[in-house]
Structure formats: structure tokens, C-alpha cells
Design a protein around this ligand. Structure first.
Ligand SMILES: Nc1ncnc2c1ncn2[C@@H]1O[C@H](COP(=O)(O)OP(=O)(O)OP(=O)(O)O)[C@@H](O)[C@H]1O
Ligand SMILES: [Mg+2]
Length: 507
């Protein structure tokens, strides 16, 4: 007898519908799985055989062939245990029910328990688009899948429970989505705790408002790490689509929080500087998203930037430019999104005190240059804002007056983002940092005064053509924060101040 049930395959973030066919016929007993299965899929045979017996069913004698179609795609992992099991029970007439509009996903243990898997959200989205009405997933993944509207997602604890539902003996209720959470971080961190550092705080506000990458340079203990960790508290809330995109990535990486399987707060990732280039940008024999994709729609913080491996830093260049990482393997090409705000922090030299107003630097000029040159020009170029974080003096530190809170700053950021959303509707970009050259000319209109000022500064500061574009983008964000339609002279002035460091340290 022949039977077919549906399931969903996944490669990287791309998922596709699969048909799991089973044929049971007379002849020498054997059990084959065909259709480009990997080792984990082949091992399904042993798990399914044991699970069928231990759930009180009969494992059919005779020749069993299971085909995973389409046969040209490599199938990975233990996701298909459940559909294989259902298909065999159907083919051997032990289960008679209509599963035409159903799909099944899940690993099965030897005693018939259903174990959680990775990538459920992406797979449920594909199932819904293919017209599946009911999808059965491991219980632990049900809330994640339930984020997709228009499809019933059932969480299954064990095979017995699933079969009783399929034959109409019991009636399971579909999983309900995670209640909408306040996506603003309830974090203990707040900008009001940072004393002084007016310029650095302004720069972080601009970075948050326009999605710009930022580099902070300063001596030890000046508050660079402290400032960076507070950036998520002033970012705009995640939209539903952003939330789903980020959750998909965390889901395939198996990094979802069991209690809150839908990511609703912008990720903040701060990998250690010993990370490899694959760990940072993604890849590996079985492709996995890197830290830059885990930070998608949020912040990637690289503390002590010069300590990172050169090849790891270089691997960031293309994803920073394109907003996606592409990994090519013999089995296919995987693309992970990587729309992030990159925040990097560093000391100006190995001892940390080069350029310090009171403490002497003990490094040779050569050592300072060598240290700074660990950051390549092209990477530096992708960081729109460069700022100095000077040591805070006693007066600022002991100041009792409370500075601006994150909530106050966030309000301005949200307003600036709303202006950008309106302006870039239908253009494929959503913030100033992503402006393409042609959109830049169109949307970064300066007053005559501002234009004359920029042209004077351009020659005086010896800026490059690339720097010109970056300054305009940053000036656009500064203007949006103030609600200026045309970019004013002051906005250009602020943008230029955020760009003077590379000349101080690197030239
Ligand atoms: N502006 C500030 N306001 C209040 N506290 C500060 C400030 N700057 C530094 N501190 C205090 O100093 C500690 C160290 O700051 P932080 O770790 O951010 O320094 P850093 O610039 O990252 O130094 P390093 O270069 O060594 O990494 C903070 O945890 C905080 O307690
Ligand atoms: Mg630090």
C-alpha cells in the first residue's frame, strides 16, 4: 500500500514543501529511505521503527520504501521522523484519516515522545503559503509557529496524542500566539546613569535614529562599554515583520528563549574578540547564521575592536554594505539578512592612554600606529560616526543632577524614524544609513548656506568622496532629529564633528 504525507524542509532560512511517500509491499523485509537523506534522516529508520512498536502499533513486515520528494534537495536533521512514522502507519492501514491538508514536523524518541526542532517559524510560514490548514509540530515549538496567522499549529507531546487527534478520538486545540509584549526593553540600564559624555550620547542618539554604524575611541574606564550597552534602550520598537525576521534566524540557530519564543526586543550581541570569521559572519559545513545575522534588526557590539582577528573584521565588510550574508556550499547557497547597527569600541593604543589629557602614554609611536592600523581603511569607512570618548572628570562624575533618560531620548529617535519611514516608503530602504547614491542626491537637500559650508570644509579637511556621502547621510539624520526639512548649516557642522577622528588618529 502507498501513502503520502506532507512536511517542510529547510536549508538556511529557505524552506520548501516536502512530500513523504511510503510504500509497504510484500517481499524480503527491508526499510529504505531515499531522496537525498543525510545521516540523521537515515537514522530516522531506527527511531521510527522503535517508536511504532513502543506506541503499541505493528511495524509492517515486508518491503518498506520511504521517499522524500523532491529528491534533488538534500534533507538534513531529524525533522522528518514524525511524517515518516505517520506515512508508514497510513500505508500499512493502521491509521486511516485524511491528512491531505496537514503537515508534520518533529523528531521522535524511541518511546514515541516528540522532541523539539529548529527553524519551525520559517517552516510554518511556508506551509501556510502552500495552503496547509493544520500543521503538527513538537509541543515546545508550538508557540513559535503560532505567530503565523491563518494556519492551525498544534503542539504535539507524543505520537499517541497525535494519533488520537487524527482519528478524532480527542480534539486538540491549536496553540495560541505569544501575547503581544511591550517590546521596549525593561532593562535595568538607562542613559541617565552615564555622566557627562554629551557628545558621545548625542552620537548614539544619531546612530539609533538613522541606523548608522559608530566607532568610539577613548582611554580605559571612560564609559565606552557602558554607553554601547545602553544603545538598545533608545532604539525604536520592533515592527511585527522585523520581529518575525529576527525570530526566524534565532530559530534556525536553535537560540530561541523557550519562554518567549518570538523575539520582540531588538537583539544586542557582543561576541568576544576571539570569535572566528565564520562565527561572526556565518557559514560552516552545515551553514549557520553568524553573530552579524543573530543581531539582525538590532545591535552588534564589538568591544576592543583591534583585538578581533583581521579576517573576522574583514568578513564584516560585505554584510555591512549589503545587509545580507551569502554563504555558498556544495549543497546550495544560503542568504542570511544582516541589517544591523554596528557599534565598535577601542582604546587609541595598547596602553590605552594615547592622547589622554593627564596620563602619559607608554607606547612608542610605532606601536600606536601598528595598533590603529589593525582596523582597515575599508572597515573604518563603513562606520559613519567616529567619536572620541574622553575621560570624565570628577566634577561630571559627582554631579547629582539626573541626565536625560533613555525614554526621553527614545521619543526623539522615534520621531526621526517616523519621518524616515514616510520619506522612504516604497524605496526599499528604511533609514538614512541605507541611502543609495541616487536617493542621497534626492533626499539630502541642503540650504545654500549649508552647501557653501560643506564645500569649504571639504577642501579644508581634505575629505574623500566617500566621506562626503557619509557626512550627508549623518547630516540628514541630525536634521530629522530636529525636524528640519532641508539640511541646515548646523546639521552639517554636527555631522563633521562626528567624522573628524579618522583624520586625528589615522592620518
Ligand atoms: N560617564 C560615566 N558616568 C558614570 N560612570 C562611568 C562613566 N564612565 C565610566 N563610568 C564607570 O566606570 C566603569 C567602567 O566603564 P566602561 O567599562 O564603560 O569603560 P570603557 O571605556 O569601556 O573602558 P575600557 O577601554 O577599559 O573597556 C563603568 O562601569 C562605570 O561604573
Ligand atoms: Mg570597555
Amino acid at each position: 500500500m502507498f501513502s503520502m504525507v506532507k512536511s517542510v524542509g529547510i536549508f538556511g532560512l529557505n524552506s520548501y514543501m516536502l512530500e513523504i511517500e511510503a510504500d509497504v509491499s510484500g517481499g524480503m523485509p527491508c526499510f529504505d529511505v531515499v531522496g537525498l537523506p543525510d545521516t540523521a534522516v537515515k537514522e530516522s529508520r531506527d527511531r521510527v521503527r522503535a517508536a511504532i512498536k513502543n506506541c503499541g502499533y505493528k511495524f509492517p513486515t515486508g518491503r518498506i520504501t520511504v521517499n522524500l520528494a523532491p529528491a534533488d534537495k538534500k534533507k538534513e536533521g531529524a525533522v522528518y521522523d514524525l511524517p515518516i512514522l505517520i506515512s508508514i502507519l497510513n500505508a500499512s492501514k493502521q491509521l486511516e484519516c485524511d491528512t491531505r491538508e496537514c503537515a508534520f514536523l518533529g523528531e521522535v524518541s524511541l518511546d514515541g515522545q516528540v522532541r523539539s526542532i529548529n527553524g519551525v517559524l520559517a517552516m510554518v510560514i511556508t506551509a501556510k503559503q502552500s495552503g496547509i490548514s493544520d500543521i503538527f509540530v513538537p509541543f515546545e515549538n508550538a508557540v513559535e509557529g503560532a505567530a503565523v496567522e491563518g494556519i492551525n499549529v498544534y503542539g504535539i507531546k507524543n505520537v499517541k496524542q497525535l494519533i488520537e487527534h487524527l482519528i478524532g478520538f480527542t480534539n486538540l486545540t491549536p496553540a495560541v500566539p505569544q501575547p503581544a509584549q511591550d517590546s521596549i526593553i525593561n532593562s535595568m540600564l538607562d542613559f541617565s546613569e552615564v555622566k557627562g559624555q554629551v557628545m558621545a550620547k548625542k552620537a548614539l542618539e544619531v546612530a539609533a535614529a538613522g541606523g548608522h554604524n559608530l566607532l568610539m575611541i577613548g582611554p580605559p574606564g571612560s564609559g565606552k562599554s557602558m554607553l554601547a550597552k545602553r544603545l538598545p534602550t533608545i532604539l525604536p520598537p520592533m515592527t511585527f515583520d522585523e520581529s518575525i525576521e529576527t525570530t526566524k534566524i534565532h530559530s534556525v540557530a536553535g537560540m530561541l528563549d523557550k519562554n518567549h519564543p518570538i523575539v520582540t526586543t531588538r537583539p544586542f550581541r557582543s561576541p568576544h574578540h576571539t570569535i572566528s570569521s565564520v562565527g561572526l559572519s556565518g557559514g560552516g559545513t552545515v551553514p549557520r547564521p553568524g553573530e552579524i545575522s543573530m543581531a539582525h534588526n538590532g545591535v552588534l557590539f564589538l568591544d576592543e575592536l583591534p583585538e578581533f582577528k583581521r579576517d573576522a573584521m574583514e568578513a564584516l565588510r560585505q554584510p555591512l554594505e549589503d545587509g545580507t550574508v551569502t554563504v555558498t556550499r556544495a549543497s546550495g547557497t544560503v542568504t542570511y539578512p544582516s541589517n544591523i547597527i554596528l557599534i565598535a569600541a577601542m582604546n587609541p593604543c595598547p596602553c590605552g592612554y594615547y592622547g589622554h589629557p593627564s596620563k602619559p602614554c607608554t607606547c612608542s609611536m610605532n606601536a600606536v600606529h601598528k595598533y590603529l592600523n589593525k582596523i582597515s581603511g575599508p572597515l573604518l569607512d563603513r562606520l559613519d560616526l567616529h567619536i572620541e570618548v574622553p575621560p570624565v572628570d570628577y566634577k561630571a562624575l559627582s554631579d547629582k543632577a539626573q541626565g536625560e533618560t533613555s525614554a526621553q531620548i527614545r521619543e526623539r529617535v522615534n520621531r526621526a524614524r517616523a519621518i524616515q519611514n514616510e520619506r522612504y516608503r516604497g524605496t526599499g530602504i528604511n533609514c538614512n544609513a541605507q541611502l543609495t547614491p541616487s536617493l542621497l542626491r534626492k533626499h539630502c537637500v541642503m540650504t545654500d548656506e549649508a552647501s557653501a559650508y560643506l564645500s569649504r570644509s571639504f577642501d579644508a579637511m581634505g575629505l574623500s568622496a566617500r566621506a562626503y556621502d557619509r557626512i550627508l547621510k549623518v547630516a540628514r539624520t541630525v536634521a530629522d532629529l530636529k525636524g528640519n526639512v532641508e539640511i541646515q548649516k548646523d546639521d552639517i557642522g554636527t555631522a563633521l564633528r562626528f567624522r573628524s577622528l579618522d583624520r586625528k588618529y589615522w592620518e
